[in-house]
Write a protein that binds this ligand. Structure first.
Ligand code: SF4
Ligand code: SF4
Length: 455
């Protein structure tokens, strides 16, 4: 299907004309026509769009999707399964927002479109069931942990190794379930509980009192990153508050247009961190950080929460952004005696969503002997994108392959990444490419350095 460069009533592709068999957008917050009109169709965004890079069709690019949104708004294109797939193929990486010279707010457009798609497009039964399963488990650490026991047995009994070498599940299970299996990290006893007291004292003189978000998937699959973050913060004079009532921040649901769940989880998070007299609320996963900073916008129409949400968002900082701003006070030791080369991987919601790129690099460079290397296509998504690599496994897979090739081509001895989704995706593809380059979160590297522990 070709989308014309300058659509008008004459040259629109008649295949896209409205079909009453399929629904359209409803009247609740359709993609804003003014934002759509800001697009001048220049096409600068196409080269930085990962879905366009892999799929190669205009309809899977930012410009093409904006045409489709406009066509649906105008009643000229139906919200058919084929059209919905072009919205589903968007990773929500926001690279197009960074690239666009006209300042098109594609993030607002796709957010509105995803919510419309969830409300008005009827997915196939297997798709519905998969999404229901993901949204009923991933945002709830207690439920996720119930699933961990059989998964731990699956790993400890060697069944996972057997499956990965023989591939006997490949003919039996859908590709989305196989993608989930392939992303499963090594589970440990730490995955089963949160061991933090509610308040953890600063080491030495207290400089700040900060709240910390544990994340839903992160606390279960990468608990070592939270442990390292707490040690780095306390070593740098922060009293860390870890509210017991906190759950998922809603990022996962927000990125997939699950409005009701997003609102509920956002309100719970605001309540969990309320009245704690915090200087900042810190987060060490970029997807979550971006959503927490959006709470003011997400809850702007809620009379009870709008003001609280705006105040909450003002306090949110990515942990690297915070430490770069307040400065490290703990002594840093080399991680090895010879120079250590590190390729830092920018997570999309950090780079494009929060415009944070220099801060983590400045922190890593303070570790003695560290030298940073930059990869080509550094701003291109790794294909993780929340649960994209599960829902759209082929495109996610190709992007993961490219990312690992580009990162390892730098020749760096280690990769650093500050997002749980990117970490699991890149580790998976390192394994698939038989590469043994270690991958760590910058907080783990700072923690090793502060404790004088060599790699
Ligand atoms: S979104 Fe921006 S960069 Fe892309 S075609 Fe429209 S104006 Fe050009
Ligand atoms: S958010 Fe990412 S995947 Fe989606 S249109 Fe923009 S650049 Fe492409």
């Amino acid at each position: 299907m070709q989308v014309p460069d300058q659509p008008n009533s004459e040259n629109r592709n008649t295949d896209l004309r409205s079909d009453s068999l399929f629904p359209a957008f409803d009247s609740k917050n359709p993609p804003n026509p003014q934002l759509i009109d800001a697009c001048v169709h220049c096409g600068f965004c196409l080269s930085t769009c990962p879905s366009y890079r892999v799929i190669g069709k205009e309809t899977d690019s930012p410009r093409g999707r904006i045409y489709l949104m406009d066509g649906i708004n105008e009643g000229e294109i139906p919200l058919s399964p084929a059209i919905a797939q072009h919205f589903d193929s968007c990773l929500g990486c926001l690279a197009c927002v960074t690239t666009c010279p006209s300042g098109v707010e594609y993030d607002q457009l796709i957010e509105a479109t995803r919510a419309q798609t969830e409300r008005n497009h009827r997915r196939s039964l297997p798709e519905q069931l998969l999404r229901k399963f993901i949204f009923a488990t991933f945002p709830y650490p207690k439920r996720l942990r119930v699933l961990l026991a059989p998964l731990l047995a699956y790993q400890k009994l060697g069944l996972q190794k057997l499956q990965r070498s023989l591939g006997w599940l490949e003919k039996l299970l859908p590709k989305q379930i196989l993608a989930m299996e392939s992303l499963l990290p090594n589970l440990t006893a730490q995955s089963f509980q949160d061991n933090f007291p509610e308040v953890i004292a600063a080491k030495g003189e207290k400089r700040y009192r900060v709240g910390m978000l544990l994340g839903c998937v992160q606390r279960v699959f990468l608990p070592e990153v939270n442990n390292a973050t707490v040690r780095v913060l306390t070593a740098n004079g922060c009293e860390v508050v870890v509210p017991k009532l906190q759950g998922c921040c809603g990022a996962l649901s927000h990125h997939q247009g699950q409005e009701a769940q997003t609102l509920e989880l956002a309100k719970q998070t605001i309540d969990a961190f309320a009245d704690l007299n915090l200087d900042a609320i810190l987060v060490n996963a970029s997807g979550c950080g971006h959503t927490l900073k959006e709470y003011g916008h997400i809850l702007k129409n809620d009379p009870d929460y709008a003001a609280k949400a705006a105040l909450f968002s003002q306090k949110v900082k990515d942990v690297q952004e915070f430490l770069d701003r307040v400065g490290l006070t703990a002594k840093l030791s080399p991680l090895q005696d010879r120079p250590l080369t590190i390729a830092y991987q920018d997570a999309c919601h950090m780079l494009h969503g929060q415009k944070i790129s220099l801060e983590p690099r400045r922190l890593l460079r303070q570790i003695p002997n560290v030298q940073l290397r930059e990869s080509i296509d550094a701003a291109l998504c790794c294909g993780s994108a929340g649960i994209y690599n599960i829902l759209q496994p082929e495109v996610g897979h190709e992007l993961g392959e490219m990312k690992v090739t580009n990162l390892t081509d730098t020749g760096a001895q280690l990769i650093a990444s500050a997002n749980v989704g990117c970490i699991t995706q890149i580790r998976k593809h390192l394994k698939l490419q038989n590469k043994n380059t270690p991958l760590m979160h910058p907080m783990e590297l700072l923690d090793y350095s502060i404790r004088g522990q060599k790699l």
